[in-house]
Design a protein around this ligand. Structure first.
Ligand code: 5GP
Ligand code: MN
Length: 340
């Protein structure tokens, strides 16, 4: 972080602080926000966590009822007050205005200082202070760094450790992604020393499925997975009707795209999900194939080289056709890449 002394000075007296997670928060955004909130409360600040939208049920274990205020019509005024009247607003696990959804105009109006803690590419939020590192495996790693930087490592307790571990384990897909570093493991070792039961947290995250989510997974794998060997690509399309049929809950399609990528010889995976007002796409790739470039160029999106997303206003069938018509352009690149 640049100007750490200026930052420390600002934080040396109790501040009114609002922490914001990103739209459809994942375990990294929610866990990082909650760990940061616990830390700042210990430093006698007045703290509230906000989220632009609800988080998946498998993260319910992370929160008590008042820990996070979700933005919707009934909380709109409260959110606005909390953001515009805060002394400091933290943006956690995102650095682009687009991920704020309905909270975006409020953050743009905020009179307090803006602090970004994030590891995503292409930041566009105007921050007064930022701890931003695209090489961090998770924002949770940066939260750990941040507390260390403030000289307060001793204040990390087991609950905060669980939040940080949850962010790390999910953003690295259980320490599998190439973003995983020695540091990710060292932080985990520190958290284990502290008493974090890693197996319990992994079970809370990964063995906490609803029956309908698993039935949906079975259906999607059997009926909806399309494999295009000639492009080393596999994809799913999921309609609103299918989501309704399987009593779809937020987060239920999360991770589905990774099954497509787990097929031997597949280097590019896509999921196309129909939403009431838009079609959402998630892209995953292995190695050099730049999923973020693909998303940016064709689907008004972006992200990381191997994990990206985008959107389309076309009907879902036409989005699928568009994807299929684009693939021949990338055939050489995909076919020439080494698989292992
Ligand atoms: P997911 O597929 O899990 O929703 O998103 C994977 C990554 O892609 C996210 O971490 C984020 O960086 C990026 N991403 C997802 N959706 C969008 C989008 O609509 N626009 C942009 N710019 N990036 C996205
Ligand atoms: Mn993250």
């Amino acid at each position: 972080m640049q100007n750490i002394e200026g930052f420390k000075k600002m934080m040396s007296s109790p501040q009114k602080i609002t922490i914001i997670a990103h739209h459809t928060p994942d375990a990294d955004s929610l866990g990082s926000s909650l760990a940061l909130a616990s830390y700042l409360k210990k430093k006698n600040h007045q703290v509230q966590v906000l989220s632009p939208s609800n988080y998946p049920v498998f993260l319910d274990w992370m929160t008590n009822s008042d820990d996070v205020i979700i933005y919707w019509s009934k909380t709109q005024n409260l959110c606005k007050r909390l953001i515009t009247e805060a002394d400091v607003v933290f943006c956690v696990d995102f650095s682009s205005y687009g991920r704020l959804q309905g909270l975006e105009p409020m953050v743009k109006e905020a009179s307090g200082k803006i602090v970004v803690i994030d590891h995503h590419l292409k930041p566009d939020i105007k921050a007064d202070f930022q701890l931003w590192d695209v090489n961090a495996a998770a924002t949770a790693e940066l939260i750990y760094d941040f507390i260390q930087l403030m000289g307060d490592e001793d204040l990390i307790d087991v609950r905060m450790g669980e939040y940080i571990y949850a962010g790390l384990v999910t953003d690295t897909s259980s320490f599998k992604h190439p973003s995983t570093t020695k540091k990710s493991h060292l932080i985990t070792a520190q958290l284990m020393d502290l008493g974090v039961e890693t197996n319990r947290i992994q079970r809370l995250i990964y063995d906490n499925n609803t029956e309908s989510k698993l039935r949906f997974l079975g259906y999607a794998l059997r009926e909806k997975l399309m494999v295009l060997r000639e492009f080393r690509t596999a994809y799913f399309t999921i309609s609103i009707e299918e989501q309704e049929r399987f009593n779809h809950q937020p987060g239920d399609t999360e991770g589905l795209v990774n099954y497509a990528l787990s097929i031997a010889g597949i280097l590019f995976a896509v999921i196309i999900i129909e939403k009431p007002d838009i079609v959402k796409l998630s892209f995953r790739s292995v190695g050099k194939f730049a999923a973020n470039e693909f998303a940016r160029k064709h689907f008004n999106g972006g992200g990381h080289q191997n994990a990206a997303g985008g959107v389309s206003n076309l009907p879902m069938e036409e989005v699928q056709e568009k994807l299929l018509s684009l693939l021949p352009e990338y055939r050489n690149e995909l076919m020439q890449q080494e698989i292992w």
